[in-house]
Write a new protein. Structure first.
Length: 303
């Protein structure tokens, strides 16, 4: 009997190959974990890639201090259940010690401040490779990324300095101080992610599914009402209750919800298949600053 691989089998095999290449070629890799759906899939793949051993690298989370509580609870549960070592880089701690300055404007997001904290954690941890859940279909700047993305001694990304990647041959050579960002999910789509989540029964934070939430509308986006994101009456904003879910997670002040009735993974898959706007384009206010907002941040060291 002939067994045919599904497209998810092919994507899984490629991602596991990339992860094993990282373990073989680098001295101290780490996995960046936000608690989102892509991170959840990445962590599941890491477990598979390293089985029967435990995941041999540290899990890194950059905490803006404005994260969704549901996501932090999920992060802690996953780390405890898998027995992996979690390293948390705190944006709030960097603000408190004066290393970075928070924008004083009401409603300002901390998302752009993550870059400093991320680079600090990478330097202090001595990581020479950091695995991330970025996908090429998310945003046009990410579509330019190699699977193995070289970063210079300042953590900056230069698209002209990237190496060719032919026939799954990866050039991992780097100088002291340089490191790689590695994207095993580069060739996955949002739909692939959800189909894999359903197939593998990957647990997720509950905010990925439809629930009642108090929200307000700002710039065409539905933001959650919370201690760090509140409607401004002087701008005509007001809170109301809606049935929503999140397509991506991040800083509460810039990550928007979408109206939805999808309460199961299967229903989310149907919604995703019908969508014609990427999750970042539909729900991330920080990507709307300019046409090159993401690329500018990537050049500075953002993932």
């Amino acid at each position: 009997m002939t067994y045919r691989l599904s497209h998810l089998d092919v994507l899984e095999s490629e991602a596991i190959f990339i992860m094993r290449e990282v373990v073989a070629e680098f001295e101290k890799p780490a996995l960046l974990f936000s608690g989102g759906k892509d991170s959840a899939v990445l962590l599941r793949l890491a477990v598979k890639a390293c089985w029967p051993q435990r995941v041999p690298f540290q899990i890194v989370h950059v905490d803006t201090g404005h994260n969704f509580p549901e996501v932090l609870d999920y992060r802690d549960h996953q780390v405890e259940s898998l027995g992996v070592h979690l390293v948390v880089g705190s944006v709030q701690e960097d603000i408190d010690r004066g290393a970075i300055v928070e924008h004083p404007a009401p409603g300002a997001t901390r998302n752009r401040l993550q870059t400093f904290t991320l680079l600090r954690v990478i330097e202090e941890g001595g990581y020479d490779a950091v695995l991330g859940g970025g996908r090429r279909d998310e945003e046009k700047a990410r579509a330019k990324e190699r699977v193995f993305s070289l970063r210079d001694e300042f953590g900056q990304w230069d698209p002209r300095a990237q190496r060719p990647e032919l026939w799954h041959l990866y050039n991992t050579r780097h100088q002291s101080g340089e490191h790689f960002r590695v994207f095993p999910l580069s060739n996955w789509t949002e739909l692939d992610i959800w189909q894999y989540i359903e197939r593998e029964s990957v647990p997720l934070p509950e905010i990925y599914f439809a629930h009642e939430r108090e929200v307000f509308r700002r710039g065409g986006l539905l933001l959650a009402v919370g201690p760090y994101s509140k409607p401004r009456a002087d701008h005509g904003e007001s809170a109301f209750s809606a049935t929503v879910r999140y397509r991506t997670v991040g800083d509460m002040t810039c990550t928007a919800a979408v109206e939805s009735k999808a309460t199961t993974t299967g229903e989310v898959i149907i919604e995703t298949a019908m969508s014609r706007v990427s999750e970042r384009g539909a729900t991330r206010a920080d990507d709307r600053f300019s046409e090159a907002a993401m690329e500018d941040r990537k050049r500075e060291g953002y993932f």
